[in-house]
Ligand binder design. Structure first.
Ligand code: NOJ
Ligand code: CA
Length: 541
């Protein structure tokens, strides 16, 4: 990839090697649901689990076969539920545990798996463990969190200490916001001079870890299929190379999989080499840490821009570096967006632009994640007041737009009771309108999902062969292959027309599957592809 060009060598295929992850992940297309905003089943203005159950028909129609729900446990919701106050109970605003069990049963009937969000690194300050831990008198939970001895002087360690929160003489470590005290999994190398730093095998950290396994097996026992693990790399403190955190997850994963072998573990880690070593099946690598995702989707000059965009080279460099490190042991996920980042429908992008993006996401290796509403091109809403610790993320968390009825069909509540305001624009995209339009983004996404489900070459582990890219290219073409099945994908996100020539492809038949503005001509064994501005094509060879 040096010299700002990516050259492919057609006979040498890159292919992820066999791995031990659950087979269902190879075909998985995930759909991420922010529960407060998907569908309100009881008219209180907030989405809920019975609401999700009511919309399973839609998800089945769309063709996704796995869900990730953001945290849905008891919580004061100071950070959208990433501040858990009871890991064993569904938040009343979302329903009951029985509702969740029913969601699993009904989703499974429709061929859809259900993964929950596991906030393993911290709790809410409202969690009874933390309240007990705040007590000056020693008790069972004194060591469930990390406390340094003085409430007045924070120790000299690269951690965030919160001082003066309770009557306990000490300061606690916060993992993210101040109200998210870090659970105590110990320190990789506790300093002898700092006895408050416990080793990973000390009784306090071991108890925490036991509880983690208990939480996981509790939900798996009720039909859940896996977890997206929040800040998975954060557990053991001051852990160079994350060696102890890796060991911890490997052991926890083994314990859990001994009972539930099909469990999917999806890391928010951002380092596939480390997360694969820790036993995770999937890692999101592109929205933080390494630069690839921003170069693809977010930056002003990212690849998916009509004007002013760059070539896909910097993304590919980052992707192949990370892919190589994962060494076929785990899969990489490139999400359409998530609850922490801008939706793709932002910065002036139109529905046609999103069609090019989804053509890429749904024909790329690894595990695609569709963030609710991106399939219809819901907008990132700029400037919304923060809700429940959302801050600028709030604009990606607004209610799903189902139809043209009141509240876009999201809820029967009065408009001012809605969890967040809806996109106020007239003509905002809705499922109902797009479902009945064969040329809509929604039907485009649906066709691509169906194609992927029926084509091993396009799934997680099909081979990927990118064709030559030069620094100034604004198009990108690649092959996907498995056995005799072969696809050519071409993308041109820019407003300018372009052309690609593929020499030696030797394809007599090129049958367009999902195509707009891409025209192919076979010339001997070569292929010439003319690409209109903002065009895409998936051809079966
Ligand atoms: C990552 C989650 O995605 C984010 O929403 C949350 O605020 C932090 N972790 C803290 O749990
Ligand atoms: Ca509700």
């Amino acid at each position: 990839m040096r010299g700002r060009e990516h050259r492919s060598d057609l006979p040498t295929l890159w292919q992820s090697k066999a791995a031990r992850f659950p087979a269902w992940l190879n075909q998985a297309v995930f759909y991420q649901i922010y529960p407060s905003s998907f569908y309100d089943g009881n008219g209180d203005g907030i989405g809920d689990i019975p609401g999700i159950i009511q919309k399973l028909d839609y998800l089945q129609w769309l063709g996704v076969n796995a869900l990730w729900l953001n945290p849905c446990f008891v919580s004061p919701f100071q950070d959208g539920g990433y501040d858990v106050a009871d890991y064993y109970r569904i938040a009343p605003r979302y329903g009951t545990n029985r509702d969740l069990y029913r969601l699993c049963r009904e989703a499974h009937r429709g061929g859809i798996r259900v993964c929950l969000d596991l906030v393993a690194g911290h709790t809410s300050v409202e969690h009874p463990w933390f309240k007990a831990s705040c007590q000056p008198r020693r008790n069972r939970y004194s060591d469930r969190y990390i406390w340094a001895p003085s409430a007045i002087f924070g120790p000299d360690a690269p951690l965030s200490f919160i001082r003066g929160y309770s009557e306990r003489e000490g300061s606690y470590v916060a993992n993210f916001f101040y109200f998210q005290p870090a659970l105590n999994y110990g320190f990789a190398r506790p300093a002898a001079s700092q006895p408050w730093q416990r080793g990973v095998d000390a009784p306090g950290p071991l108890e925490t870890r036991k509880e983690l396994v208990k939480i996981m097996t509790y939900w798996l026992g009720h039909g859940v299929d896996g977890f997206r693990v929040d800040m998975a790399a954060s557990l053991v403190k001051m852990d160079p190379g994350r060696r102890e955190t890796i060991r911890l997850w490997r052991e926890v994963g083994q314990e859990v999989r001994a009972l539930y072998p099909e469990t999917a573990l999806i890391a928010e880690w951002g380092n596939p080499e480390e997360s694969a070593a820790a036993g995770f099946d999937v890692d999101f690598m592109f929205h933080f840490g390494v630069p690839g995702y921003a170069d693809l989707m977010l930056n002003e000059d990212c690849f998916f821009r009509r004007r002013g965009g760059r070539s896909i080279l910097s993304f590919l460099e980052s992707y192949f570096e990370q892919e190589g490190r994962a060494a076929g042991k785990s899969l990489i996920s490139i999400p359409s967006a998530n609850h922490d980042i801008k939706r793709p429908r932002a910065d002036g992008r139109s529905l046609s632009d999103l069609k090019v993006i989804f053509t890429f996401l749904l024909t790329w290796p690894g595990v695609p994640f569709v963030y609710y509403g991106d399939e219809i091109g819901m907008r990132y809403l700029v400037g919304l007041p923060s809700r429940e610790g959302g801050y600028r993320r709030t604009g990606s968390r607004t209610p799903m737009q189902w139809d043209d009825g009141p509240n876009a069909g999201f809820s029967d509540a009065d408009e001012d009771k809605l969890y967040l305001p809806l996109d106020p624009r007239k003509g905002r995209p809705t499922v109902q309108r797009q479902a009945s339009d064969p040329a809509s983004l929604l039907n485009h996404v649906r066709s691509l999902i169906a194609l992927r489900q029926h084509s091993p070459a396009l799934q997680a582990r099909g081979a990927l062969i990118p064709l030559t890219v030069n620094e100034n290219d604004r198009h990108f073409a690649y092959l996907r292959q498995s056995g005799n099945e072969r696809y050519l994908v071409v993308l041109n996100p820019s407003a300018e027309a372009s052309a690609v020539r593929v020499n030696g492809l030797g394809a007599a038949n090129m049958s367009p599957q999902v195509c707009h503005g891409a025209h192919v001509r076979a010339e001997g064994g070569d292929v010439q592809i003319e690409l209109a501005g903002v065009s895409y094509g998936v051809f079966r060879l």
